[in-house]
Write a protein that binds this ligand. Structure first.
Ligand SMILES: [Fe+2]
Ligand SMILES: [Fe+2]
Length: 383
């Protein structure tokens, strides 16, 4: 898809498109055959061999690869699956300000909910979030397998191969947690997330897999995992998230390091395509966090709820904005905010997330998050 065909690139319809409740509340179009256990996506890219086997010609990627080799963990033996989990006891509201607004505003479709219904909203939202994380992890598994095929550099192929293994572990542990601790996997992939994953896999340009997955989907996941890790007291989930986050930080760093090199040589028109892709991905991720499937399950009119969520004052959208706290600084580091007259800076300003531009970018942060493996080594040594 080119910038001119993309609805988001039309400045005049942008606001309407972004905030169209019809579009956002339509959450069942993606996975139309719910009886099917598979979903096929056309992958338009060539598989690339390289005959340049010079390991370490890109030192930053080589360092990341060596780090990844010693940071592997095993979800079956490093996590204590004997811990009992009561879903009602462990939940924390994703965003207390939002819950308060939903509960106390007479316009809210949830205004008359009683305590029991609120407990259900909490459990369902929690299960929904974990299920979307799991589906996103499978997206990452597929995308990094694609990167192994399509990236032309040997150091990047080596590193991406370690990430394929990481993502397999992530899908495995989220699926196991849902299945054995949350009563099963019963939320399908959200439409907005699914459309985004399809677009990323569809695209023939190898850097778009990185941009969509490593920078956008994984950048958001890193922020969301961090938030859940901070707020949950449940020891199994807390440890699981800590392990996953240490891996994710490397993954985002992989994207930042690789794209920084190739964006240096791109034309303004090529970079605009990337900016548009970023903004459309950002919208889809915002849209998915409206958790349409949960409202349907709670018997709430989905479109009314989406309209209500869209009208929420900006200052209350703390959680939603926080999801962009990794994406925006990484886009700045890649030069995507200000290229082409600052098109992306303006869009991020419109959706209220530009405030994060000077936060730490993940090119630097991953070593810190990687401390997890040292913690584990220390634990083992103490045994
Ligand atoms: Fe992952
Ligand atoms: Fe990842």
């Amino acid at each position: 898809m080119t910038a001119t065909e993309n609805p988001v690139s039309d400045e005049y319809s942008l606001a309407n498109y972004a905030n169209d409740p019809e579009r956002i509340s339509e959450y069942s179009v993606w996975n139309s055959d719910v009886t099917s256990a598979i979903h096929a996506v056309e992958d338009n890219a060539d598989a690339i061999f390289t005959w340049d086997y010079n390991k370490g010609s890109r030192p930053a990627l080589d360092k990341l690869y060596e780090k990844a080799k010693t940071s592997q963990w095993n979800g079956q033996t490093d996590l204590d699956w004997s811990i009992d989990v009561d879903p009602y006891a462990v939940l924390t509201a994703a965003d207390p300000l939002e819950v308060q607004y939903f509960a106390e505003n007479p316009e809210s479709p949830l205004y008359k909910f009683n305590e029991k219904e609120w407990a259900e909203v909490g459990v369902e939202s929690f299960k929904w979030s974990l299920a979307q994380f799991m589906h996103g992890e499978q997206g990452a598994l597929i995308c990094t397998a694609k990167i192994v095929e399509t990236v032309p550099w040997i150091d990047a192929k080596y590193y991406a191969a370690t990430q394929v293994m990481d993502e397999a572990r992530h899908v495995e542990v989220f699926a196991q947690y849902l299945d054995t601790k949350m009563g099963g996997i019963d939320y399908p992939c959200n439409t907005h997330l699914g459309l985004l994953l399809d677009d990323i896999v569809n695209d023939s340009r190898w850097d778009m897999t990185y941009l969509g997955m490593q920078i956008m989907v994984e950048g958001l996941a890193l922020a969301a995992f961090g938030f859940m890790h901070q707020t949950t007291e449940e020891p199994l989930l807390k440890k699981l998230l800590r392990y996953v986050m240490a891996d994710e930080a490397r993954h985002v760093a992989f994207g930042v390091i690789t794209l920084k090199e190739i964006y240096q040589d791109m034309t303004a028109a090529e970079l605009r395509d990337r900016q548009v892709f970023v903004f459309e991905a950002a919208l889809r991720m915002r849209d998915r966090f409206m958790r349409q499937e949960v409202w349907e399950r709670m018997g709430v009119d989905v479109k009314d709820m989406v309209k209500f969520q869209l009208s929420m004052p900006d200052e209350l959208r703390v959680f939603q904005r926080m999801l962009f706290s990794k994406i925006v600084p990484n886009c700045r580091k890649l030069g995507l905010l200000d290229t082409g007259d600052g098109w992306l800076r303006d869009r991020f300003t419109d959706i209220g997330v530009i405030e994060f531009e000077n936060w730490v970018d993940t090119g630097e942060e991953y070593m810190e998050l990687d401390e997890v493996t040292k913690d584990r080594d220390a634990e083992e040594a103490a045994r």
